[in-house]
Design a protein around this ligand. Structure first.
Ligand code: URA
Length: 201
């Protein structure tokens, strides 16, 4: 039996190890490792791509603009965020300096691969029934293959460990759209996420 205490201890030990991770170059440039957070016994885990500028500074996942959109969706779905476990495929912010601004850069496959064992260790500690892949980087890390997100969104795919992974868009993809496309895309995204409701309730 895998109790809450064991899960908490495992996650704490892992996050301490990951705090010093330099297995790829990203750790040298980011402010800090952004580890996952939430309920260690969550039935649903949400996986994003990597921390953004605000997450890098706060040391917490999904607290910037994409996180605010995610929070809005979670509220509308009636899923308390504290009952989920929220994390990223890559634990350090990758950016390009433009003057004083740090612009998000998509992590390279080798960087996601270097981080993959941290994500797997979180899955092992939390043991969620269902995982939501927010975007292509998360889907690839979770399933070990490139997933065409627009073609497979709203579908449940299976991992070799038997866990189900729901494919959907990353909230940042919605933020890049303008009205009215943004509202339409947001409504479709909620419909994707609603498929998890039976598990998350
Ligand atoms: N985008 C992500 O994928 N994760 C975060 O934590 C923030 C933005």
């Amino acid at each position: 039996m895998h109790g809450k205490g064991a899960g908490l201890r495992a996650l704490r030990a892992l996050s301490e190890q990951a705090a010093g991770c330099r297995e790829c170059p990203l750790g040298f440039y980011a402010t800090q490792t952004v580890w996952g957070e939430g309920d260690v016994q969550a039935r649903v885990m949400l996986v994003g791509e990597q921390p953004g500028d605000q997450e890098d500074q706060a040391g917490r996942p999904f607290v910037g603009p994409a996180g605010r959109l995610l929070d809005r969706a979670l509220t509308e779905l009636g899923w308390p965020r504290e009952r989920l476990y929220v994390t990223n495929a890559v634990k350090h912010f990758k950016y390009e300096l433009r003057g004083t601004r740090r612009l998000h850069k998509t992590p390279a496959q080798r960087e996601a691969a270097a981080c993959h064992h941290w994500l797997e260790s979180e899955i092992e500690a939390v043991r969620p029934e269902a995982i939501v892949a927010l975007g292509a980087t998360a889907a690839r890390s979770l399933l070990g293959r490139t997933v065409p997100v627009m073609a497979e969104r709203g579908q449940w795919l299976s991992r070799p460990d038997g866990r189900r992974v729901l494919i959907t868009l990353h909230p940042s993809a919605l933020l890049r759209l303008r009205s009215p496309e943004r509202e339409q895309a947001y409504a479709a995204w909620l419909e994707d996420l609603r498929r998890v409701s039976a598990t998350a309730a």
